[in-house]
Design a protein around this ligand. Structure first.
Ligand code: MN
Length: 231
């Protein structure tokens, strides 16, 4: 007898690309504390710690310029980040070949419930509630690396209601994109559709309902996101 689905599979989560196609999403990896000045502002010594990772879910990403403020938090922060889209999978990828696995780049916001994260840190619990909540990653379209090349420097900024809050440069990443891919692929099988959010520069801070967030990475892209009340 032919195997039947118990229920019809849901839609595949996708981001759009600058050339008008859809990029189907698989796993979403995020790097913590990858800019020295942000590590310092969060009370950590950036020189002592190797990178560590957490995940969001493909369904957490949205690209329609809207961020519904989650009801379970009263201290949601913006974190502007370079998004790396993997187009070629692999295991134990070398630093030298890592960029061959990148399909493109974009701009993302790793929205964070700072109150829930502080509680999790205090209790030694995972960050899931603080990081992987619904709608927690507003994203731009993905621009192919054939257009952007592989940016190693360029301003990364976030404005709230027209006021600059975060400023950094991609050349300040502690662990560069090739190193992040190599490290991730030692522990995980990377595959097309995987996304990596590479960490945020300093200046993180709270958002409020009604705010407009303008995120931009020189040479990669930009997006505008409106913070709205959760429905
Ligand atoms: Mn982050």
């Amino acid at each position: 007898m032919e195997n039947a689905f118990v229920f019809e599979p849901g839609p595949t989560s996708c981001l759009s690309t600058y050339d008008g196609r859809l990029f189907p999403l698989r796993r979403i990896y995020c790097v913590a504390r990858n800019y020295a000045d942000h590590a310092v502002e969060m009370g950590h010594d950036p020189t002592q710690e190797p990178p560590f990772f957490f995940q969001k879910n493909p369904q957490n990403l949205r690209a329609d310029g809207v961020f519904p403020y989650p009801r379970q938090s009263s201290d949601v922060h913006h974190e502007v980040e370079l998004m790396v889209a993997i187009g070629l999978g692999g295991r134990d990828i070398s630093v030298d070949h890592a960029l061959d696995h990148v399909w493109g780049y974009g701009v993302a916001l790793d929205m964070t419930c700072r109150d829930l994260q502080a509680e999790a840190k205090k209790l030694g619990r995972p960050w899931m509630s603080a990081k992987s909540f619904e709608h927690s990653a507003p994203c731009s379209s993905i621009r192919a690396a054939t257009e952007t090349r592989h940016p190693q420097k360029g301003a990364i900024t976030l404005d709230v209601n027209g006021h600059r809050r975060q400023t950094g440069d991609l050349d300040q990443l502690i662990w560069k994109v090739p190193e992040v891919i190599a490290l991730l692929s030692r522990d995980f099988e990377l595959a097309p559709g995987d996304i990596i959010l590479t960490g945020t520069p300093s200046g993180v801070g709270p958002v409020a309902i009604g705010d407009t967030l303008d995120a931009k990475i020189e040479g990669v892209g930009e997006m505008s996101v409106k913070v709205v009340a959760a429905s």
